[in-house]
Design a protein around this ligand. Structure first.
Ligand SMILES: Cc1cc2nc3c(=O)[nH]c(=O)nc-3n(C[C@H](O)[C@H](O)[C@H](O)COP(=O)(O)O)c2cc1C
Length: 182
């Protein structure tokens, strides 16, 4: 394996990175943009757990929060740093929801867009603080403490909830083509 300094892979503003999973998070579908940005051919991701692209800079609590939210049938939004096959990384604004077929839940569905650069330093700092808290004993209580830290920072910044923080911060900095969502 070659060693190199990881670099950020840009996510084009007009593209969506899409994947679908079964109820346990095993990948069942990825679109072309997923394969291009994450640098994975189709055969290497289908049937794999979604943590195949997990980046070590992501706090565990972010995914704990994700699963807790989607298992209740609610949608989850978040900023996620992912790892490409060759060890580079890309940041996304992610939306994860239940995937339905004939009215029945069959798994989960995620659509990701480019994450505004202006938000990256704040999120990087917050996630690093969360990882620091999580590393104390590495147990569930630490993860909940990390989540508490995130929520406290969000409230301190004047947002009423996690959801408000993610959606409002995104829309404030989103590319012009996203104005229709506001
Ligand atoms: C539809 C869907 C999309 C997901 N997308 C990502 C993703 O882009 N990156 C990621 O690291 N985890 C993603 N996850 C979460 C992973 O399943 C997993 O919880 C996470 O990578 C943490 O890995 P771990 O649970 O083994 O610690 C997704 C889960 C679902 C259900």
């Amino acid at each position: 394996m070659t060693t190199h300094t990881p670099h950020e892979v840009p996510v084009p503003e007009d593209r969506f990175i899409i994947s679908k999973t079964d109820p346990r998070g095993i990948i069942t579908y990825v679109n072309r943009t997923f394969m291009e940005v994450a640098d994975y051919p189709h055969v290497m991701v289908i049937g794999q757990p979604h943590n195949i692209i997990r980046h070590p800079d992501m706090p565990k609590a972010a995914f704990y929060h994700l699963w807790h939210t989607i298992k209740r049938g609610e949608e989850w939004f978040g900023y996620v740093k992912n790892r490409t096959r060759t060890g580079n990384y890309y940041w996304v604004f992610a939306h994860v929801t239940t995937d339905y077929q004939d009215g029945k839940p069959i798994g989960y569905y995620s659509v990701r867009r480019t994450m505004p650069d202006a938000l990256k330093p704040t999120i990087e700092t917050l996630y690093a603080e969360m990882r620091q808290i999580e590393s104390r004993y590495g147990d569930k209580a630490d993860m909940e403490a990390a989540l508490k830290h995130l929520m406290a920072a969000i409230h301190q910044a004047g947002y009423a909830s996690y959801r408000d923080f993610i959606l409002q911060s995104y829309l404030q900095h989103a590319p012009a083509c996203e104005e229709a969502f506001a």
